[in-house]
Design a protein around this ligand. Sequence first.
Ligand code: WTA
Length: 648
Amino acid sequence: MSDTEWSNLSTEDRRFPPPPELVAEANVTAETYARAAEDPDAFWAEQARRISWGTEPTESLDWSNPPFAKWFADGTLNAAYNCLDRHVEAGLGDRVAFHFEGEPGDSRALTYAELTREVCRAANALTALGVRAGDRVAIYLPMVPEAVVAMLACARIGAPHVVVFGGFSADALSTRILDCGVEVVITADGGYRRGSASALKPAVDAALEKCPDVRSVLVVQRTGQETAMTEGRDIWWHDALAAESDQHTPEMFPAEHPLYVMYTSGSTGKPKGILHTTGGYLVGTSYTQWATFDLKADRDVFWTAADIGWVTGHSYLVYGPLSNATTSVMYEGTPDTPHQGRWWEIVEKYRVSILYCAPTAIRTFMKWGADIPARHDLSSLRVLGSVGEPINPEAYVWYRENIGGGRTPVVDTWWQTETGMHMITPMPALSVGKPGAAMTPFPGVSIDVVDDEANPVANGHAGLLVITKPWPSMLRTLWGDDQRYVDTYWSRFEGLYFAGDGAKRDADGDIWLLGRVDDVMNVSGHRMSTTEIESSLVSHPKVAEAAVVGATDETTGQAIVAFVILREDAEAGDDIVAELRAHVAKDIGPIARPRSIMVVPELPKTRSGKIMRRLLRDIAENRALGDVTTLTDSSVMDLIKDKLPSAP
Ligand code: WTA
């Protein structure tokens, strides 16, 4: 990351001190940071006491076999018990765990007591299907409460869940099922999306044609649409649960027992199965949700507007909030159904006090206009959060002013599927907010920005973001691939976790995130691999070669732009572009559909044959071309440009 790319941000000098009423009751103070810095192990041991253990751990970190960490290794616990039963036992059974808001307007409140009973039934149903501790269960559901019930039922019986985003294709689903050796799948007939019922089950049926080992499919009825059921394999969720008792004794598992696998895009084609284990993950998500949002669980209404199919849904819709006995909102659908004020209607209806979403959503609301939120009473909001991609200062300030009424702090939280929990963030009741900056490593977390030789950069300079010490909710490995875990995260620099992000320290030493430094794009806060989309394109019979780049996009952060060379016998034209866009959407999922595809005669390559994506990005972003001297043949760029009278 060069210093010139940084310069447009360095002029940002607006500052927002924390509101006095938050400071007066702050969960986190300067003393918290000091204590954490002095003895991180003792600090995390202290946070581990937030959790209820079967056997209390006597040790925090075991780093005797780096980079394979163990946390609280001699402790035992049950994640579902921590999220449910213990709150009921403490007299909080009547507290609402979720206010569910369906897209068509149906709503449902689930208390901690009700959720506990549902999870017990589901745990019994899974056990009846032969699922045992250690078996992986795939969950492919829309945003409905049953998704949470399914996850916690798995956790309760020690069966790691593998949640696959409902927007992914049948192929993406089967790849994950096969990689993870899944034998039981939980899905639904469909879900509501943009005003209509959209089927999910047919994708499961298609995926399972390639997965002979899947023996049972539980099907949640959400839309009531016509759904084919395979005799002997498919069972309605409601039938399976009705047959079971709502009592279930949770077993205590070792802290390092696998909790879940979540697949995410890497810089090569094959998605990576990030493995999270139980004790450290729960401590990390529980403490960060409480600290970063200054949570007051007896008063706050918390809304993470993210899908359960992403890590944000896992950590801040399920495990963090429930372990803290939070009341949350869960919304099924899109922000503009049936109108563009839907989110603000929900905030008003449930008196949401903490809202957590992605910059992409904020930029979309900016485009729709400030008069839309202005029609609603948003005075209940007191903390706003941002996640998934760098938030540009204009979006930050717009969010604070138009959603937060100019009162609310905005916390820009940097983290990853791999980190499991927030790693860099300001604190709402302590930090003087800087628009665009994630600012400060979380207490007990060690971060640095280094140059290519692993030397820390001086203030005012950019470099690569690294994590210098293990943290409780870190990934433990990649499912079935320890070597790839070592290669991807621990080989760039000796003893440092390489995050794949560029970052900058400002004059005060605060951290600003600058985006990915590898071949991973960030589209609407979702990680997409350029290589994965390239291999999908070349799998089409008419495509000879493909190169994909992430081009800056005003709303989605980055947009997918593809350059393809067709096979000799194929004809260029609008049809082929539409055909290829549809091909990728079917292959990977609609979120991977390229914004534009350009048919070109050549691709720019270095002498060693590597595609120069940087030059393609210049074209995609309508910029003057950068340095072309390393190209095998610099006339290639003229050839490409000649073919493209108007770039997208
Ligand atoms: C990016 C999502 C800037 C980053 C929780 C990271 C961010 C990747 C921020 C992880 C942020 C996430 N500022 N960039 N606040 N949060 N990112 O695994 O590039 O879906 O490496 O986890 O998103 O994406 P993932």
